[in-house]
Design a protein around this ligand. Structure first.
Ligand code: NAD
Length: 450
């Protein structure tokens, strides 16, 4: 039995049976037998079902937000907007189903046409930080392309995905098209990776487990999309609107209690404005409302677990702490917003902390800023704050990361591709690009010889 906890209270919210290898095999078999029927469903009927699913998510938005808030410790207002995005994702892929077209290519002796074919059964493995949101980023394009799926949420946060599975049936998806299994990564996750009837793994999680996914997928030459960790830079130049940059920086690192792959957890500040910016940043961080996730005013909740809290604390111990905010005491896995002055060689700047902790690092000039921003094994996101238009383009082109923002700290939009460079992974989610990851290109030559 799996006991699911509320990280804000440490009280159980649910007890459930965990799936094992046998259930994983049965789910893959169900998805396998549903595949021929599902791939034959017309694009407009697939779109219709995705639209119904989007409507059901909207209808159940409050219920889903409450589930996510209690299971992950997310502030309820943030959980509501995440559920809004889940509905948007299904709407977007409903609209995309009949727009992911092939080509006709003139060649000697005839014409070649390309088709986008589904991969078959795909395994979707998601983390605990944005359980339903990230599930939708994979489910939407996978279903739009005509695949059947087995979705495995993280052990700590299975509840919203299980509810979504019910909504898929309510929407009218045929049995076996969407399967959701609560189980351990080392058991169900690995079985999906090893299973010869699974054509692809869409994985979001740590770089460490991403390596395992890639290695084990080699045995069956499985396709993989890997959305992994990050250690992104928020680069503030002296000519930026410092007040705006400082007001926005806390959101960029403390949202979701810093448990965000896109967290700009290295704040790089040009030396000439370092002291002034740090003052502004401390003021803005002091304003973050930490507390009961059920309260409408709360902006930051607890960390996901006791073990994770211990890990986050280990990055701060012995560091040059510039600011430590308030946080409730236990029960609950609380950790305060923390700013640490650091160099890019410190452990806190090199490893993904995945908590409400930012390293503030000075830089000398543009070249130094680019060097430090790129001096990391990761390459997921980042921000550039400057009023100089040529500079933001130069710096945006020079930073090795998949998702950047200029004079803003947001990374994720339904319409735009999302994914990493370097050890942040490969493949793209969201936008039309995600459809490429859930389909194969087939080329068919048609002779026109008489
Ligand atoms: P994790 O890697 O521990 O687990 C992710 C998923 O993989 C879970 O469902 C888990 O059960 C499963 N898993 C674990 N071991 C497995 C194995 N051996 N085989 C198959 N599956 C296995 O990550 P987490 O702690 O749940 O999430 C945090 C990590 O996710 C952070 O590193 C974060 O940066 C990353 N993340 C990345 C993105 C992105 O889009 N790039 C988004 C969110 C989170």
């Amino acid at each position: 039995m799996l006991t699911v906890l509320n990280p804000a209270t440490e009280e159980p919210v649910a007890e459930l049976e965990q799936a094992g290898v046998e259930e994983a095999d049965a789910a893959v078999a169900r998805a396998r037998s549903a595949f021929p029927g599902w791939r034959a469903v017309s694009p407009s009927d697939r779109a219709h079902l995705l639209r119904r699913l989007a409507a059901l998510v909207e209808e159940h938005r409050e219920e889903l937000a409450q589930i996510e808030s209690r299971n992950v410790g997310k502030p309820i207002s943030g959980a509501r907007s995440e559920m809004g995005m889940v509905a948007q994702v299904f709407h977007f892929y409903a609209g995309a189903v009949d727009k992911h077209n092939g080509e006709t290519i003139p060649v000697a002796g005839g014409i070649a046409a390309t088709f986008r074919e589904p991969l078959g059964v795909v395994g979707l493995i998601v983390p605990w930080n944005f359980p339903l949101n990230i599930s939708s980023w994979k489910l939407g394009p996978a279903l739009a392309c005509g695949n059947t799926v087995v979705l495995k949420p993280a052990e700590l946060t299975p509840l919203s995905a299980l509810r979504l599975g019910e909504l898929c049936l309510d929407a009218g998806f045929p049995e076996g098209v969407v399967n959701v299994l609560a189980g351990k990564g080392s058991v169900v996750g690995q079985r999906l990776i090893d299973h010869p009837d699974v054509g692809k793994i869409g994985f979001t999680g740590s770089t460490e487990v991403g390596r395992v996914v890639m290695q084990r997928s080699a045995a069956t030459i499985k396709r993989v999309t890997l959305e992994l960790g990050g250690k992104s830079a928020n680069v503030v130049f002296a000519d930026a609107d410092l007040e705006r940059a400082a007001a926005s920086a806390p959101y960029a690192v403390f949202d979701n209690a810093g448990q965000d792959c896109c967290a700009r957890s290295r704040i790089l500040v040009e030396k000439t404005v370092y002291d002034r910016f740090l003052e502004l940043l401390i003021e803005a961080t002091r304003g973050v409302q930490v507390g009961d996730p059920a309260s409408e005013e709360t902006e930051m909740g607890p960390l996901i677990s006791a073990a994770h809290k211990e890990k986050v604390a280990s990055y701060v111990d012995g560091g040059r702490v510039a600011f430590r905010g308030d946080a409730p005491s236990s029960p609950g896995f609380w950790f305060p917003c923390t700013l640490v002055e650091a160099t890019n060689d410190d452990r806190i700047a090199r490893e993904e902390v995945f908590g409400p902790v930012a390293a503030v690092i000075p830089f000398a000039d543009e070249a130094d800023a680019i060097r430090i921003a790129n001096d990391t094994p990761y390459g997921l996101s980042g921000s550039i704050w400057t009023r100089d238009g040529a500079r933001f383009l130069r710096v945006a082109r020079a930073i090795d990361a998949g998702v950047l923002s200029v004079n803003a700290n947001t990374s994720v939009r339904v319409q735009t591709p999302f994914g990493g460079f370097k050890q942040s992974g490969f493949g793209r989610e969201l936008g039309m690009h995600a459809l490429d990851g859930y389909s194969e290109v087939k080329s068919v030559f048609i002779s026109t010889e008489a």
